[in-house]
Design a protein around this ligand. Sequence first.
Ligand SMILES: [Zn+2]
Length: 334
Amino acid sequence: MNPAESASGQTLDSMLKKKMPALGIDLGGTKLSAAVVSDFKVISEPRTVPTPHGADNIVSAIVDLIKSFQNEHVLAGAGIATAGVVDPTTGNILGSTGNLPGWEGTPLKTLIESRTMLPIQVDNDANAAAYGDTLAMRMEDKECVIGVTLGTGIGTGIIMRGKVYRGAHLAAAEGGHMRISLGNQRFCTCGLFDCWEEYGSGRGLVATTKELLPGVTSAQSELANHVEFLTTRMITAAADNGDIIAQKGMNIWHQHLAAGIASLAHILDPECFIISGGLSSVVDFELLREMVIDRCMPRYAESVQILHSELGIYAGIIGAAHEVLTHISKPPAA
Ligand SMILES: [Zn+2]
């Protein structure tokens, strides 16, 4: 064995790099955020800029963000979590949604590496969040862990024995676009109707609560004055204040969440679900668990576990940073 090589085959250089911090970058339709990550913690002030229009401008904004951190930190690499379908080997964007027009076809890894000279790893944002949560919660040896990111949409990632499950065409785990209703009631950003994320996301909570408001007076619900500009924050705050309509909206939203989770449980039989994202803080985990159990066959109901992410809103950033750290600590191919 080479003296610079450990028993596991890792070189001293790769082990040292894994101990260094990495930058995690989360690219969404409205904002681009980044922070320095060490172990499973954000160790710098996060920086956020609005997502520019067009692939060239987004690439330039990512390069500028990386360089601004490189001035202050010695980084092992940068991991990028982006919306869309990603080939993690090449770092190319294979598919994109309406949130990032023109993003498809971008050779992101190559473009960023050539302008920063840093190792770059790219993944789908929900995959990165699920990967980060699985490692942070020491579940990399589990058969199957499903990450569910609740925000304006729903992202899902499937981690099997510590690795992201990618499917036959690198597009697995778009759980947010499972159809959960018939009748073409809610149009989704993907171009289809009645996807899970149109019910179980923040957008879904707003739509569901709006449907309860016709005929409701402002004396009955404080939300009646805000029908046109209703937000998730208004609804959750009103529910906390005892507003019956807001509480009903929240209850139906939990039922919608439970419907999707129960479907995923029947298909994949995971050890657990980990719920992350901005909206995870308003989930009533006990209520959700009861609703999922009600919707599962006994074998699944007995074992279903639903946990709150320990990484919270930083799951994508921390997961992306760990993807690049894992990649550079691998022994080189023989
Ligand atoms: Zn959809």
